[in-house]
Design a protein around this ligand. Structure first.
Ligand SMILES: [Zn+2]
Ligand SMILES: [Zn+2]
Length: 336
């Protein structure tokens, strides 16, 4: 993968390097007569399998038991998992680079997203969901309760080897190479206490800086200090904003009354991360113990992907609701 070979100066967080040309073979570009090329139009044209109506996973609470072998299992509280899958499914449909990422690197979640895209929801797919989630919790009396913190689910269970940030230490003496994978980036909350979502870009830079600097400055094999440290962003980034909700932390900074909830409209659509451009796809919302995803399509339309929605469909979010404040513990961006 090309991004691993990027030789970035780990101190130079703001230093621009040339963008590496993506080698995605999108559909040939048709240039409309009256359109001037703008980045967003390029993205929309390159969407690999754009479809306006995406399927929606239904929460296990509203379904009959899943069947694995001869065992029937009632799968409960699947909203953390469903919110992540819906977010990845959208990126898979809307962004050529992410489509390529999902199809090229194989794991259970990528297979699941592809199956959901190809065939929609089915009892077979819900059984598959149960197989994946079986490892996250214990089955008690035929019930698998999947209630879990969404960041923990990603880090420990469903995407432990997919980096939001990857830090590499190469020893110049013994050639030993160590790669650290950070599946979810914990955000430094200070810029968000100060400036709400306007501080997001700064919070992201500070967090990367923190992760990179706390990685040891010696070879873990020969203990020599003649090392080269590099870092790169992943195909996607999960940003954990939970620290920005902690009133006690804000109070310690003298900002006890700062806002802890945000509107969808104020979430930055673009982020500069590890010298690459990322686009916002999804905000995972938490309300009354339940997660759902507010997703921004490549067309700019906002959609609510809520597995407890009574019509069991993706819903459009109205302009007014885009301005509603929500608890937003996790953001999902993809590299373009
Ligand atoms: Zn060494
Ligand atoms: Zn829920």
């Amino acid at each position: 993968m090309s991004f691993l070979n990027e030789n970035e100066n780990w101190r130079g967080l703001t230093k621009k390097t040339e963008l590496i040309q993506s080698n995605v073979q999108g559909r040939p570009k048709k240039r409309g007569k009256y359109l001037t090329p703008c980045p967003d139009i390029q993205i929309i044209r390159q969407r690999p399998k754009f479809s306006l109506n995406l399927p929606l996973l239904v929460n296990g609470n509203s379904l009959g038991p899943a069947k694995i072998g001869k065992q029937f299992i009632a799968v409960r509280n699947t909203c953390a998992f469903d919110s992540i899958v819906q977010s990845m499914l959208t990126a898979y449909h809307d962004f050529a680079t992410y489509y390529q990422h999902i199809t090229e690197s194989k794991n259970a979640i990528h297979d699941f997203v592809e199956a959901l895209s190809k065939s929609g929801v089915s009892s077979k797919l819900y059984n598959e969901r149960c197989v994946i989630l079986k490892h996250t919790s214990e089955i008690k009396n035929g019930v698998l309760d999947c209630e879990i913190n969404v960041a923990t689910l990603i880090e420990l269970h469903i995407l432990p080897n997919t980096p939001s940030l990857e830090i590499k230490i190469n020893c110049n003496d013994c050639q030993y190479e160590k790669i650290s994978i950070i599946p979810v980036l914990e955000l430094n909350p200070d810029p968000i206490f100060k400036e709400a979502m306007r501080g997001l870009q700064e919070a992201v830079c500070k967090s990367v800086e923190h992760y990179v600097s706390k990685t040891r400055n010696e070879c873990c094999f020969c203990k020599g200090t003649n090392i080269t440290k590099t870092f790169a962003g992943g195909s996607h980034i999960f940003l954990n904003l939970e620290a920005a909700e902690i009133g006690l932390l804000a109070a310690r900074r003298g900002l006890a009354n700062c806002r802890k909830q945000f509107t969808l409209s104020e979430i930055p659509g673009n982020l500069n991360y590890c010298d690459r451009q990322y686009k916002m796809v999804s905000a995972i919302i938490f309300v009354a113990g339940h997660y759902y995803a507010c997703i921004k399509r490549a067309t700019g339309r906002w959609e609510e992907h809520n597995d407890l929605c009574s019509s069991q469909k993706v819903m459009t979010i109205t302009k007014r609701d885009v301005l509603k404040q929500r608890r937003t513990p996790l953001l999902f961006y993809v590299r373009i």
